[in-house]
Design a protein around this ligand. Structure first.
Ligand code: GAL
Length: 385
């Protein structure tokens, strides 16, 4: 019964959270306390989220908070404004306030060892949320998606966009390229960025080896492809630099591997400014651009045939899993894990619960995102929550 209530509450909260997030301008209240919730006889739970500049983290934070409150806990939800010292001090304060458990989506996964030591000293369990916290033995559990497979899906959708694979993943041998592709990675201090990259490169490497895909810039190391803090502007600037350095003489770019929708929008802006598109059906077509998170602005771009694909990770399910795991901890049980091998944080393998993700193309926006209530048809039409 409690579980059912939790799921219903999370669904309602996501709808509210997304409705409250109006796209541009998010982040102005970053770093501010979201306050604490009602009754709370179960005790205080601290929830640390990285930023409000991306709507997914707002939805995550709202859904976790609501689910915990429905389960009888008081909640201290904080956003760290993508600033490491801010997040560190927010977590310090949660511990000082007497939190019984912490749920943390880190900004820099390597920067919280002191906070986690303080939590361990006070007997407070820590659940890493979506992003693994590294270099600490005091991470007790991890809820996330199968991040390697997210990278596989990103690369697979890129190959589908080039016509090298059918949408069902079957090879189309007569399509041999060579295709010019550039590669983007996420923030190197986020453990996920490495999993996305590895899944994608493992998938693309056979095609690179066969000469079906080439990377004309030669920038094939994750360090060269990285985007600090996943920032759109940083990605736009790198794409502009690549266009200038490598595509000046009429060389045509066919596809860009992007690990996150914000990065994709930076890439698309740079490409449009350079004369590509504006859409994939125009004379000088927009290259295939991938993504992640099914952010509303990008879903609209996919519907309009500008961005090619994104990866949908249902944050409602992740929030629900975090709440279930927290309840199990606070009931004195070990949370149920479905992976005890993959996520070595440098000190230990953290028991994890992994969820699955889906590739979004223009033709399944309806079934994956609208029919499931993640976005409404009106929101997709407007490109705004
Ligand atoms: C990652 C997360 C992605 C995306 C990215 C940028 O850690 O797994 O879904 O949100 O951060 O925020």
């Amino acid at each position: 019964m409690r579980r059912k209530l939790t799921i219903a509450a999370i669904g309602a909260t996501l709808a509210l959270g997304l409705a409250a997030c109006s796209g541009g301008g998010a982040g102005s209240t970053d770093g501010a306390s979201e306050g604490s919730g009602g009754g709370g006889e179960g005790g205080l739970v601290g929830v640390a989220m990285p930023t409000q500049t991306s709507e997914r983290w707002i939805a995550d934070g709202d859904a976790v908070k609501k689910g915990l409150e429905e389960a009888g806990f008081e909640v201290d939800l904080q956003y760290g404004n993508d600033d490491i010292p801010t997040q560190q001090s927010q977590i310090d304060q949660m511990i000082t306030k007497g939190a019984k458990l912490l749920i943390v989506a880190s900004i820099d996964g390597t920067a919280l060892a002191n906070q986690l030591q303080a939590a361990a000293d006070a007997g407070i369990p820590v659940i890493a949320y979506d992003r693994l916290i590294r270099d600490s033995e005091n991470v007790d559990f991890y809820v996330t998606f199968d991040n390697y497979n997210v990278g596989v899906q990103q690369a697979t959708s890129l190959l589908v966009g080039l016509g090298v694979l059918d949408e069902d993943g079957t090879a189309v041998p007569e399509v041999t390229g060579p295709f010019n592709v550039e590669l983007f990675a996420g923030s190197l201090d986020d453990n996920n960025a490495h999993f996305f990259w590895k899944g994608a490169i493992d998938t693309l490497q056979p095609y690179i080896d066969e000469g079906v895909i080439t990377v004309p810039s030669g920038q094939t190391d994750i360090e060269q492809a990285a985007t600090l803090r996943w920032q759109q502007e940083t990605a736009q600037k790198r794409m502009e630099d690549l266009l200038t350095s490598t595509y000046g003489g009429g060389t045509k770019l066919d596809a860009v591997l992007s690990p996150y929708d914000g990065i994709s929008r930076g890439i698309i802006t740079a490409l449009q400014n350079a004369g590509y598109g504006p859409s994939r059906s125009d004379a000088n077509p927009m290259p295939v651009v991938t993504g992640q998170d099914a952010e509303i602005a990008s879903v609209k771009l996919i519907q309009d045939d500008v961005q090619f694909s994104t990866i949908f990770k249902d944050t409602r399910k992740l929030a629900e899993q975090a709440v279930v795991s927290a309840e199990q901890f606070l009931d004195g049980e070990d949370p149920e894990a479905n992976d005890t091998e993959t996520y070595d944080n440098g000190v230990k393998v953290v028991p994890s619960y992994l969820l699955t993700s889906d590739i979004v193309y223009a033709n399944n926006i309806q079934s994956l995102l609208i029919d499931t209530g993640y976005w409404t048809a009106e929101q997709v039409e407007k490109g705004q929550a």
